[in-house]
Design a protein around this ligand. Structure first.
Ligand code: XBP
Ligand code: MG
Length: 257
């Protein structure tokens, strides 16, 4: 069996449910502050999530939804400042503590560290958002738990491109076979599979109806001893021992090819 060496985590939707009550709300506040009458409902945001990256999502919205009467170019020019403001708002929301980590995330991070498993982050979100989330949901030193934090600031190409995962593997000096990736979405798993990474999916309300046929495991969340996960699917689901309540290092080791 291949030696398990590292866990690589996506952020939005995987470490925390940041999309509906975090990013979406921050986008809407930025629109309001800019005097725009745009409002992204919970439902519309689900559609817009197909487009990864906040700037790209706004550009897509302008092209497909905004009633601009030929003013699309003017609106497109607003995107960098709107996005910078959205990031400031998101950071402030994290400081106010509105978002917590998903079940089992902190437990698994701590167990992995004790077992000597190296940790990294691969996300298409802005670096400031990741730092704000970690700083406000984990102990102050938690940023240093992650050997590489690869974000949109380091890798411009967004998922489903595998570039951000390839960047992490290059910087850790590891082959994909020795790592396990954690994702929550189709765009995420397209990226991990294109980087040849064994993948665990934890679904959320926006992503549970997708078909994750090639994931090693599909879970509702990572589980806590008193809050068991449900195994929803995956090519390696038969390796989960009966009565297992959480994703842990021992189970992770079994999932590698
Ligand atoms: C996350 C994203 C991000 C956030 C917004 O994807 O698509 O764009 O929604 O962040 P993933 P920014 O979970 O696959 O990394 O506004 O900073 O782009
Ligand atoms: Mg995600």
């Amino acid at each position: 069996m291949t030696e398990l060496t590292a866990f690589i985590f996506d952020v939005d939707g995987t470490l925390a449910d940041t999309e509906r009550d975090g990013h979406r709300v921050a986008f809407n506040r930025a629109f309001e502050r800019a005097g725009l009458d745009w409002h992204w409902s919970v439902e519309l945001y689900g559609e817009l999530l197909q487009i990864t990256g906040g700037k790209e999502r706004m550009l897509y919205y302008i092209d497909h939804y905004a009633q601009a009467d030929g003013a699309h170019e003017k609106l497109r020019a607003l995107v960098p400042e709107l996005h910078a403001d959205k990031t400031r708002i998101y950071e402030q929301m994290m400081e106010e503590g509105g978002i917590s980590l998903r079940p089992g995330v902190e437990r698994l991070l701590r167990e992995a560290r004790e077992a000597g498993i190296r940790l990294a982050i691969a996300t298409t979100t802005t670096r400031a958002n990741v730092i704000a989330l970690l700083a406000n949901t984990l102990p102050p030193e938690a940023e240093s738990w992650f050997e590489v934090i690869a974000t949109a600031d380091e890798v411009e190409e967004k998922k489903p491109s595998p570039r951000v995962y390839e960047y992490v593997l290059e910087h850790m000096g590891l082959p994909a076979e020795r790592c396990l990736a954690f994702e929550d979405s189709m765009n995420g798993i397209r990226a991990t599979l294109a980087a040849s990474l064994t993948t665990i999916i934890t679904v959320n309300d926006y992503t549970r109806d997708e078909d994750y046929g090639e994931a090693a495991l599909v879970l509702d969340h990572l589980g806590e001893p008193d809050w068991p996960f449900q195994v929803l699917g995956g090519t390696r689901k038969d390796l989960v021992p009966p009565g297992q309540s959480c994703m842990d290092v021992a189970l992770a080791r079994k999932l590698l090819p």
